[in-house]
Design a protein around this ligand. Structure first.
Ligand SMILES: [Zn+2]
Length: 140
């Protein structure tokens, strides 16, 4: 893969990677697999290349990094320096996300977002169980 990231982006990326042992999307995939769900990964044919695609349930799951997708949580705070660089970049991500979700919904897919911060050890179980219900469309 071509390395087009700036050194600033890279160091931010690395700091995020270092804070978790397993990639967030892998945590979700492993859990779903253990529950008997079968899925496709990063399906390029769908808008936004969803992390997890469950054709049987016509459901896609995005596992979103709080910073890159501006979750409403403490992990998503913009860096104080270079704000004029980061703000438009993140804004573009958000717009692209919304656009992809809309396209997917128009195609009849159910779109579920799992945030990185929801996969912290203490809360991950709750979130993952809820995810099952959401996929199966059980009211919770
Ligand atoms: Zn978050």
């Amino acid at each position: 893969m071509a390395d087009t990231k700036t050194s600033e982006e890279r160091s931010l990326n690395m700091s995020h990677i270092r804070s978790v042992n397993t990639k967030p999307e892998e945590i979700v995939r492993k859990f779903l697999f253990s529950q008997g769900f079968r899925y496709r990964k990063n399906d390029k044919r769908l808008p936004g290349k969803p992390d997890i695609v469950l054709p049987k349930y016509k459901t896609v799951v995005f596992v979103n990094g709080c910073f890159w997708h501006m979750h409403n949580c403490s992990r998503a705070r913009l860096p104080k320096s270079n704000l004029e660089y980061w703000a438009p970049k993140i804004q573009k991500n958000i717009e692209r996300d919304q656009d992809n979700y809309k396209k997917l919904r128009n195609m009849g897919w159910k779109v579920i977002i799992v945030w990185e911060c929801e996969l912290k050890k203490k809360v991950a179980n709750d979130r993952l169980n809820r995810l099952c219900s959401e996929i199966l469309d059980v009211r919770v």
